[in-house]
Design a protein around this ligand. Structure first.
Ligand SMILES: Nc1ncnc2c1ncn2[C@@H]1O[C@H](COP(=O)(O)OP(=O)(O)OP(=O)(O)O)[C@@H](O)[C@H]1O
Length: 334
């Protein structure tokens, strides 16, 4: 295995639905660039309609890009589908299994259709905790159970690269954690995973690196820590009666509502030190003092709803450098 090998490489990728010119067409993917190294878990985040599924379908070879370039194992997944498909596992947003077949029949059919299928029906269903439901018809499964069946089928060929489009949508908390455990096991075994998700906790739990999309573009990418580090931390506290906020020593602006104070700063340690030294000197008790770094959720909300990058006409946004080293790229900050 080539350590550090980029198994997915996407550059300036575009996807247009409908006519190429004139009215009616819509460009859902507008110059997306990123790469995923072997063994990484990479998450694509974004609000509804940001272009995640449209992008992932291009990587899976289900459609041809209208512009740019995509390579999986160095090959074109659309034109060289026969070479790429046996090495990837795909869990689409909607599985579309025949609803009248039982779970076991579905697994049997899928095993028979998968060239490199590993394991029998029982073993396959066991992996995702569906063994007890083997004789139930697909249409009688809950939404979460259907997602688990989708996942089991995507894993059949022991794929080197696994695409998971919203793998835990509809799962309860336990089912979600079970899926996370499975993804971690797969990563430990060397599988590369590209997932889309609406759950920021999921990205925080699983992703080595992530990209946040907005309106067809990657706005920011990097490790979860890098993405949040660029956002301001927050310090909150309540001043005792009789202490005027004007006495605060802060060199950064604070929002004051009555006795409640909120400070947003990119230099949390300095602001906190200044504040605590002042409080000790003045013998002021800061009630409910709470200082925390930005969460991925805060970063996401800010980025996905308008903060961050402007349009990048070259489509060169969200690029990771050669060799797959994660770096935070934010077009608006350059
Ligand atoms: N077949 C299609 N024809 C025309 N427009 C489409 C088609 N499929 C998707 N779109 C549009 O492309 C945009 C991106 O859709 P896409 O499904 O890729 O977004 P997404 O980020 O995966 O969203 P979600 O989180 O809701 O799944 C949306 O505006 C959508 O309406």
């Amino acid at each position: 295995m080539d350590i550090g090998e980029q198994v997915i490489e996407v550059s300036g990728l575009r996807r247009r639905y409908g006519p190429a010119r004139g009215s009616g067409g819509f460009e859902a993917v507008r110059g997306v660039t990123f790469s995923v190294a072997r063994g990484e878990v990479f998450a694509l985040l974004g609000t509804n309609g940001a272009g995640k599924t449209s992008t992932v379908e291009l990587l899976e070879g289900l459609a041809e890009p209208s512009g740019g370039r995509v390579r999986v194992f160095g090959r074109d997944p659309y034109r060289e589908r026969a070479l790429v498909r046996p090495r990837i596992g795909v869990m689409l947003q909607e599985g579309g299994f025949p609803s009248d077949l039982t779970v076991a029949e579905t697994a049997r059919m899928w095993i028979d259709c998968t060239s490199r299928a590993h394991g029998g029906v029982a073993e396959t269903l066991e992996t995702v905790g569906l063994a007890r439901r083997a004789d139930v018809r697909v249409k009688q499964l809950s939404g979460g159970e259907r997602r688990r069946l989708d996942l089991a089928m995507a894993l059949l060929g022991r794929p080197e690269v696994l695409f998971l489009d919203e793998p835990t949508t509809g799962l309860d908390a336990e089912g979600r954690r079970e899926t996370w455990r499975l993804v971690r096991e797969l990563r430990a075994g060397g599988t590369t995973v590209l997932l889309t998700t609406h759950y920021l906790e999921e990205a925080e739990e699983l992703a080595d690196r992530l990209a946040i999309m907005r309106a067809g573009r990657v706005v920011v990418s990097g490790t979860p820590a890098e993405v949040t580090a660029a956002r301001p931390s927050r310090i909150r506290f309540t001043l005792p009666e009789g202490v005027a906020p004007a006495r605060l020593p802060l060199s950064v602006p604070a929002a004051v509502h009555g006795r409640h104070v909120e400070v947003r700063t990119e230099r949390m340690q300095e602001a906190l030190t200044e504040l605590l030294l002042w409080a000790r000197r003045e013998e002021v008790a800061l009630e409910g003092l709470d200082a925390r770094s930005a969460s991925l959720e805060e970063a996401f909300l800010e980025i996905a709803h308008g903060g961050g990058a402007e349009e990048d006409p070259d489509g060169a946004d969200g690029t990771d450098g050669p060799g797959g080293t994660a770096r935070l790229t934010e077009a608006g900050a350059r």
